[in-house]
Design a protein around this ligand. Structure first.
Ligand code: COA
Length: 326
C-alpha cells in the first residue's frame, strides 16, 4: 500500500496536493518511486514524494484476499500465496544454500544492523513519531522495532521451520519479519532542485521489472538486475553499493551467488537488511533508496548503486542510481 490521499491530509499539506495509492505488494513503495521518476521525466510533475507504509499487525499479509478460484492452479500451487514456502522451494532447488548458510547470513545481517544503529547511521533519516500502543500507553517511535542484536548461530539453529514442519530451513531468524514501517523519499527534476537551491544527493539512472515463476519468486531480482544492467551498459563490477531487500536469506544468497559476489561482500547492505529491520512490505523499497542515499554520503568514492527486491507472485524490481557530487 502506498500513500493515500487521507495520509496527505494527515501531513497537513493542504487540500490542493493530489496523491494516489499503488499496489505491487513488496515493491509498492519502490513502484511509487519508479512512477514518480517517470512522471518527473515526462514533465508531468517536477517534485514528488514517493513512499510506502505498512502496518502488518493491523492488516496482515493476504488480509481479505479473495483470489480467483483458479488462481492457485494457474500460479503453480499454494506456494504462490505463501512467501515462506517459495523460500523453502529455493532451498530445494539450490541445495548449496543450506540452512547453516542462511543462518550465517542472517547472523551477519543482525551484526551489521546493530553496528549501524549503535553508530547512529540512520539517525538523520528517521522522523520520531508518537504512537499509541495496544495498552493505550504512548511512546516515541524513533527506531526500528525488529532488530535482534546478539543473535547467535545456536539461537538460530533451534528455531521452528513454520513453512515446512519436516526438513524445513526457513525460520523466523533467517526470514524478514512481519512488522510496521513507513518510508518516503523526495524526488525532483534537476531544474526544480536548481530553482529551490537544493543540492541533489543522487540521480536515478534506470529501472527494470522482471517476472518469474511465482513459486520461486525470490529469484526475480536476478533477471530484473540483469535487465537494468544491460539497459545502462554497466556490469556488476561498476556497482559500488548494493541494497537488496532480504525477504529471506536464501533469496539474497541466490542473488549474490549468481553475480559472483560473496555473502559478506562489503558492497552489500552495509547497514544490514530486512532480516534484521523487518520487511514492512511497501515501506521497504523507499527504505532501500534512503539507505543507498545515506551510504553514498559515507562512501565518497562510490559512483553507482543498486536497489533491488523480490515481489510476491513472481516479480523483481531493480533500480540503478548515480551519486551526485557536491
Ligand atoms: C517466519 C515468520 C512466520 C515468523 O513469525 P513469528 O512466529 O510471528 O515470529 P516471531 O518473531 O514470534 O519469532 C518466532 C520465534 O523465533 C524467535 N526468533 C526470531 N528471530 C530470532 C533470532 N534472530 N534469534 C533467536 N531467536 C529468534 C522469537 O524469539 C520467537 O521465539 P518464541 O517462539 O520462543 O517466542 C514470519 O516472520 C514471516 O512470515 N516472515 C516472512 C514474511 C514474508 O513472507 N514477507 C514477504 C516476503 S516476499
Amino acid at each position: 500500500m502506498s500513500v493515500l490521499k487521507n495520509d496527505l491530509y494527515l501531513a497537513e499539506w493542504g487540500w490542493d496536493i493530489p496523491g494516489c495509492s499503488i499496489d505491487r505488494m513488496c515493491a509498492s513503495g519502490l513502484t511509487a518511486v519508479g512512477f514518480s521518476v517517470s512522471h518527473i521525466a515526462s514533465g508531468m510533475a517536477d517534485c514528488l514524494i514517493a513512499g510506502g507504509v505498512e502496518h502488518m499487525g493491523h492488516l496482515p499479509m493476504g488480509f481479505m484476499r479473495d483470489p480467483h478460484p483458479r488462481a492457485e492452479e494457474l500460479l503453480g500451487g499454494p506456494a504462490a500465496f505463501n512467501m515462506g514456502m517459495t523460500a523453502e522451494n529455493l532451498h530445494d532447488r539450490f541445495p548449496e544454500f543450506s540452512k547453516e548458510t542462511a543462518d550465517a547470513y542472517a547472523m551477519a545481517c543482525q551484526e551489521k544492523t546493530d553496528r549501524a544503529i549503535v553508530a547512529g547511521k540512520m539517525k538523520d533519516m528517521i522522523i520520531p513519531i508518537e504512537v499509541e500502543l495496544a495498552d493505550d500507553t504512548h511512546i516515541i517511535a524513533d527506531k526500528d522495532q525488529q532488530p535482534r542484536p546478539g543473535t547467535t548461530m545456536e539461537g538460530l539453529a533451534g528455531l521452528k521451520t513454520p513453512f515446512r514442519e519436516e526438513g524445513g530451513r526457513v525460520t523466523a531468524g533467517n526470514a524478514s519479519g512481519l512488522n510496521d514501517g513507513a518510508a518516503a523519499v523526495l524526488l525532483m527534476s534537476r531544474s526544480k532542485a536548481d530553482e529551490l537551491g537544493l543540492q541533489p544527493k543522487m540521480r536515478w539512472v534506470a529501472s527494470a521489472v522482471a517476472g518469474v515463476d511465482p513459486t520461486v519468486m525470490g529469484i526475480a531480482p536476478v533477471p530484473a538486475t540483469e535487465t537494468v544492467l544491460k539497459k545502462t551498459g554497466l556490469t556488476m563490477d561498476d556497482i559500488d553499493l548494493i541494497e537488496i531487500n532480504e525477504a529471506f536469506a536464501v533469496q539474497a544468497l541466490y542473488f549474490l551467488n549468481h553475480f559472483g559476489l560473496k555473502a559478506d561482500d562489503p558492497r552489500v547492505n552495509q547497514w544490514g537488511g530486512a532480516i534484521a529491520y523487518g520487511h514492512p512490505l511497501a515501506a521497504s523499497g523507499p527504505r532501500l533508496v534512503a539507505f543507498l542515499c545515506g551510504l553514498f554520503k559515507e562512501n565518497p568514492a562510490a559512483r553507482y548503486g543498486l536497489t533491488t527486491m523480490c515481489v510476491g507472485r513472481g516479480q523483481g524490481y531493480s533500480m540503478i542510481w548515480q551519486k551526485e557530487e557536491g
